[in-house]
Design a protein around this ligand. Sequence first.
Ligand code: UDP
Ligand code: MG
Length: 317
Amino acid sequence: MKTITILVPCYNEKSGIEIFYSTVKKVTDTISRYNFEFLFVDDGSKDETLHIIKKLQHKNRDIFYISLSRNFGKEIAMLAGMDHVSSSAVIIMDADLQDPPSLIPQMISEWEGGYFDVYAKRLHRSGETWLKKSSSKIYYRILNKLSDISILVDVGDFRLLDKKCIEALCSMRECQRYTKGLFSWIGYKKKAILYDRDSRKTGKTKWNYRKLIHLAIDGITSFSTVPLHISSWLGFFVSLCAFIYMLYIIFKTLIHGDPVPGYPSLIAIILFVGGVQLIVLGIMGEYLGKMFNESKHRPAYLIVESNIDHFSRVNKM
Ligand code: UDP
Ligand code: MG
């Protein structure tokens, strides 16, 4: 019988783990043609998340866990999980029950129908502010314009991935991961399932605007070099304007002389050009920083403890 792994990254989710397990278990118990196992990745939680997972694991043989040495972020936690599965398919789910387990049977039947990546697409997002929704909409529009691959809008990490996709994702060892983009990059036949996203059942969201902006910049700089082209064009355009203005000044001085020293225009130009230079340097810095971090070839994560003995692709570089 084939096995399907439910992969759950958890960071400070003590209030939700048990109810998550029992809720999802109810659904998976109705599907008898597969074995199900749960893999919880404790992403360096500061509360009793790991303790609760271990307690649950003592009572249930279908639970596996990995505990990371610190908080590495959800993207890396998912990678750690994927590195350690050997099943035929993986379903990635959030621990807060925002991803409805009721979609699992449908995901599995689409997978059986020949799709490699069955993802859930949100129709409505309840419990999120207007600002978050509209900024995310604008962001994805820009990201899709800038990058060669198309990144799906209103799609989270809740999806079923075939073994093939997992192998492909694990072979990409970049540490600053933008998993949403990687899902598109690997290709394979994809299928969407539509659903309404509920608000969190327990605990609170781990995202704040600082983290989201970080992820947003990672998304653009991982999948597009267009900002570098834009900065070259910007530099070219500003130089052209400066050159035209210089000709104008020279002719004006030759014809009318120079009655008043041009202090205001001088300051305006210096500030403008200085600003453009800083922007361009900043953009280059983003890419350089990425290269710097990746060139260190550090392992993406470190494990403190786990009950898995088949460390299949562990810490493969
Ligand atoms: N998560 C994680 N590491 C982090 C932040 C979040 O493993 O650094 C997990 C978290 O425990 C949850 C999932 O990622 O299972 C989604 O997080 P959250 O619900 O906070 O995100 P949102 O649903 O608000 O986008
Ligand atoms: Mg959530």
